[in-house]
Design a binder for this molecule. Structure first.
Ligand SMILES: NC(=O)c1ccc[n+]([C@@H]2O[C@H](COP(=O)([O-])OP(=O)(O)OC[C@H]3O[C@@H](n4cnc5c(N)ncnc54)[C@H](O)[C@@H]3O)[C@@H](O)[C@H]2O)c1
Length: 372
């Protein structure tokens, strides 16, 4: 058990995102990485000299180690079983997005944590990106007037022949799927951000999502908010080409994903990830991984200075918040229910694709939840 100023953490899954989390933990004095489990020997080999005891099986790690918390960074299809086992072992849980493959699966995870009396922290890591925190402040202090539109598009890759769907290990056939820049894997961030940035729950959705294993097509969603004129628009098509001119690009001031892969700071990204927020008195262009934020208003367009370390600092902020909630016994800043809400919206989009109708996120529409 934690000694009062440090938590002992076990990790499930040593793939791509784990690297970012493990790197982030090095700067945190309240987190001790004790052990990690991954069935892949290749994945385990990468961490042979990181001071963690390594296991091929999560359950074996849970039986052998004295942990306070379990961080779930494994393939999406494995999240539920690992979270339930961790909660039963009395561990606080941090789980990467998307929580699960369905609302009902995610609800079982929440229920298991609640029954065990442990904290359940949803890894909506992008809430900790410096530009997005600043954007939220500008929305809430009225700098943009009334927000009327939120927009993200990721269009283009290297055509249909080079299109890479997410692996079936993450998203088994016939369930939510598509590419890494599609609705379930990437849009799930945006669904949560739209609600968090505007502090309103998403009420209804119109759109279409890809099923894993099917031919890819364009995925899109139009989302409406409760008590707000704002709509959110997401548009994804990875199996085509971008029509962006080179001038659309930006120098990365942080590290993160663009639709050509992962970029380090200081390089030119011709297709940088970008979110737009439009209000009646101003608008924002947010390059959240590049750590650049521009504000448009009657005075023209200005570049805002972003304080503090750039991405991937979001992983450290999130882990610090998780540790603080355990050490101070305070509620998780982003509770698991937020991850369930995001999946509810996603399922409404998929249903809308079948019926061709605007689809309420109800019956169990929940309030916007989460951190300040
Ligand atoms: N927050 C972010 O910005 C961000 C970025 C990338 C990925 N993610 C999320 O992180 C999670 C992992 O994604 P990734 O890109 O690292 O995937 P990945 O495929 O690179 O790695 C997944 C790892 O999980 C391991 N694994 C599979 N079954 C396991 C089990 N039963 N127990 C323990 N480990 C198991 C695999 O062997 C692999 O090493 C996903 O939920 C993904 O959506 C989040």
């Amino acid at each position: 058990m934690h000694s009062g100023n440090k938590i002992n953490v076990g990790i499930a899954g040593l793939g791509t995102v784990s690297a970012a989390h493990i790197h982030a933990c090095a700067r945190l004095d309240r987190v001790r990485l004790v052990a990690a489990a991954d069935p892949s020997e290749v994945s385990r080999q990468r961490y042979a000299n990181h001071g963690m005891t390594l296991y091929a099986d999560v359950e074996q790690m849970l039986r052998s180690e004295k942990l306070d918390a379990l961080c779930i960074f494994s393939t999406v299809a494995t999240h539920e079983a690992i979270a339930v086992a961790g909660a039963k072992a009395g561990l606080h849980i941090l789980c990467e997005k998307p929580l699960a493959l369905s609302v009902t699966s995610a609800q079982r995870m929440v229920a298991a944590c609640s029954a065990a009396g442990v904290k359940f922290f949803y890894g909506s890591t992008n809430r900790y990106l410096p530009t997005l925190r600043r954007a939220r402040q500008l929305v809430s202090d009225g700098s943009l007037g009334e927000v009327v539109l939120f927009r993200e598009e990721v269009i283009g890759g290297a055509g249909a022949d080079a299109y890479q769907p997410m692996s079936f290990e993450h998203y088994p056939k016939s369930g939510p799927g598509g590419g890494g820049w599609g609705l379930v894997d990437h849009g799930i961030h945006m669904i949560d951000l739209f609600s968090w940035l505007t502090d309103r729950p998403i009420e209804a959705a119109f759109g279409r999502g890809d099923l894993s294993g099917n031919e890819p097509h364009s995925e899109y969603a139009m989302l409406t908010l409760r008590d707000s004129p704002a709509t959110g628009h997401l548009l994804y098509a990875q199996n085509t080409y971008s029509t962006d001119l080179p001038a659309h690009g930006i120098f990365m001031r942080g590290r993160g994903w663009g639709n050509e892969g992962f970029h380090t700071a200081g390089v030119w990204d011709p297709h940088p990830a970008c979110i737009h927020i439009y209000g009646t008195h101003g608008a924002l262009r947010i390059h959240h991984y590049a750590n650049e934020l521009f504000q448009a208003s009657a005075e023209g367009m200005k570049r805002l200075t972003i304080e503090g370390p750039p991405p991937p600092i979001q992983f450290a902020h999130q882990m610090a918040a998780f540790a603080a909630s355990i050490l101070h016994d305070t509620p998780a800043e982003i509770p698991g229910e937020v991850g369930v809400d995001a999946l509810r919206v996603l399922e409404a989009i998929y249903r809308s694709g079948e019926t061709g109708r605007l689809t309420p996120v109800a019956p169990d529409l929940s309030e916007s939840r989460g951190n300040s």
